[in-house]
Ligand binder design. Structure first.
Ligand SMILES: Cc1ncc(COP(=O)(O)OP(=O)(O)O)c(N)n1
Ligand SMILES: Cc1ncsc1CCOP(=O)(O)O
Ligand SMILES: [Mg+2]
Length: 537
């Protein structure tokens, strides 16, 4: 049975896994294909090695010949173009050299055709049971320099790649950053396995972002701790394979790298919670479909110069503190939410019945800025409507506005404690799963997702989100706080936006460019309210 968010089979993106066969079924190609299918992708496999493996031992590893490796790659490339590739076990150095050379040429072919293929490398060297899978004690992955979107070493693999033990937190951060420079890629250093003391209490992964396509400039070249509660399961065979193939799957659906990492982490946590033990050794993860339970997603903390981990205790306290000190709750629908640039239109729309409205004046040198804000707030009181002020949070506090709307870049220069103390509602923009998780940590009054469709109102660094992503965001955040969709929404698209289950919609041009904005508001508002009951679509 297909659920509402599932991708129809005929439009599933293709993902290749280039990895070893695990006869035990819990890891390698077998885990990858199961994860890819579970995450609505069509999986293709390039087998690098056959392992005679159970949950307790690896008895034999035989690499396929170079001829066989290349033949699988060429045969697939001629017919089944991937949207993303996951690379797992490469059993000897010659396979690394051969694959990297092939990939370099093939990426040029794909680039010439305008096809972008993200490659995720999981540098597997040892099986969960402790037996070696690769022929050398340490493999050299430098032939992949410049070809990868992400490499996902666990702490022991990072130690092998760095050539030293990483007992201290700073050493781990430096090693991950160095690896990112050496291979010109983002790095996800995984602390999920018990290793040095800093990864005992919870699963702390370090994401070092290199040049990541499609994310906010604020997050480029930055590093983040992604922390999830440790799930104490012995059934962790294939965790790394599942994580990396899930990252490839989510990227194949068009999500940015940072999103793929947080969704894949939630997927692994859900799989561990429902894991099972078919043999006598470590069991394997269950396949639990695209995650939509917010509690499975990691807590995100940007690293700083004097870095400290979000340790489990302070992490919980932090969450409790923000919960208590959240922004005011909005308990009646925002509804059709006009975003306007002048007082005349604001007043006309309040008269037409708008109950939520935003004054968005982008020119900070506008001489009448403060005067217009004062007027907008007063009109809001007269018409018993919620007036949000975009960006100008100090003036909003000074004149006691109902609310303020901020983008995530605006947070750098704003003081949320002052806004909270002033009892002002807060709306925050988000353009991805990653930004949703960051925004949620501030406990805003509502969140706006956009831009859903192309817009000329504002230059956006990200691509239009589209309805499929909006649906996924809505299933994650439903019942947490009101969700507003914005960007390119007009009369024609209103019904399709409504089917995603989003709570409210914001509009600029559909109202400001209408011949009669008040009449347009009333028509659009009626269409929006038709058969819509708050939060229960
Ligand atoms: C309801 C709503 N959603 C999103 C935005 C965009 O805010 P931001 O990202 O800060 O961009 P600017 O509007 O400041 O250009 C919004 N204003 N309102
Ligand atoms: C301010 C803003 N933020 C995301 S999209 C957008 C503009 C939406 O305008 P329109 O409704 O005219 O596409
Ligand atoms: Mg802003």
């Amino acid at each position: 049975m297909i659920n509402a968010n599932q991708t129809p089979i005929e439009s599933r993106p293709i993902v290749w896994t280039i990895a070893g066969s695990d006869s035990g079924g819990g890891a390698g190609i077998q885990a990858d294909l199961a994860s890819l299918s579970d995450l609505d992708c069509h999986g293709c496999s390039v087998i690098t090695a056959v392992t005679a493996q159970s949950s307790v031992a690896v008895s034999l590893v035989e690499s396929v010949s170079e001829k066989m490796l290349l033949s699988q790659l060429d045969t697939l490339a001629a017919d089944l173009t991937p949207a993303a590739i996951k690379i797992g076990l490469l059993a000897e150095q010659s396979q690394i050299v051969c694959l990297a050379r092939w990939l370099k040429q093939q990426q040029q072919v794909w680039q010439q055709k305008g096809i972008s293929v993200a490659v995720i490398l999981d540098p597997v060297m040892v099986a969960t049971c402790g037996d070696a899978l690769a022929k050398a004690a340490a493999l050299d992955f430098t032939p992949f320099k410049g070809l990868l979107a992400l490499i996902t070493p666990n702490v022991s693999e990072l130690q092998t790649l760095a050539g030293k033990t990483l007992d201290k937190l700073e050493d781990c951060i430096s090693a991950a950053k160095l690896l990112s420079k050496q291979l010109e890629t983002s790095v996800l250093a995984k602390g999920g396995d018990y290793g040095p003391s800093w990864c005992h209490e919870q699963a702390n992964d370090l994401l070092v972002c290199s040049d990541v396509a499609g994310i906010s400039s604020q997050h480029q070249q930055q590093s983040f701790w992604l922390s999830s509660p440790r799930i104490d399961s012995k059934n962790n065979h294939g965790t790394g394979c599942t994580l990396s193939s899930a990252i490839a799957a989510v990227m194949a659906h068009g999500f940015v790298l940072n999103d793929a990492v947080v969704v894949a982490k939630a997927y692994v946590s859900a799989g561990l919670l429902a894991s099972y033990q078919p043999g006598c050794g470590a069991g394997c993860l269950a396949r639990t479909a695209w995650p939509s339970d917010l509690s499975l997603f990691p807590y995100i903390k940007q690293t700083t110069a004097q870095d400290s981990l979000p340790s489990s205790v302070s992490h919980c306290r932090q969450i409790a503190a923000t919960k208590q000190a959240g922004f005011i709750k909005i308990d009646t629908p925002l509804g059709l939410y006009p975003v306007v640039a002048d007082i005349a239109l604001l007043e006309a729309l309040l008269k037409a019945g708008a109950k939520t409205i935003q004054l968005r004046i982008k020119d900070t040198n506008e001489p009448t800025l403060e005067e217009q804000i004062i007027k907008a707030i007063a009109l809001g009181r007269d018409y018993r409507a919620r007036v949000f002020i975009n960006d100008h949070w100090q003036l909003a506090i000074k004149h006691q506005a109902y609310g303020v709307h901020l983008g995530q870049e605006d947070l750098i220069d704003s003081n949320l404690s002052l806004l909270r103390e002033a009892g002002i509602a807060l709306g925050l923009s988000s353009h991805s799963y990653f930004e949703i998780l960051l925004a949620k940590q501030h406990q805003p009054s509502y969140m706006a997702f956009g831009h859903i469709f192309a817009t000329t109102t504002k230059q956006m660094p990200s691509l239009p989100q589209g309805l499929n992503k909006l649906k996924r965001y809505v299933s994650l955040m439903k019942d947490e706080l009101p969700i507003v969709a914005i960007g390119g929404i007009d009369a024609e698209r209103l019904q399709s936006v409504k089917t995603t289950g989003v709570d409210d919609i914001a509009m600029v041009r559909a109202l400001s460019e209408a011949d009669d904005p008040a009449a347009a508001f009333q028509a659009l508002n009626s269409a929006w309210l038709e058969d819509t009951s708050y939060g229960t679509q």
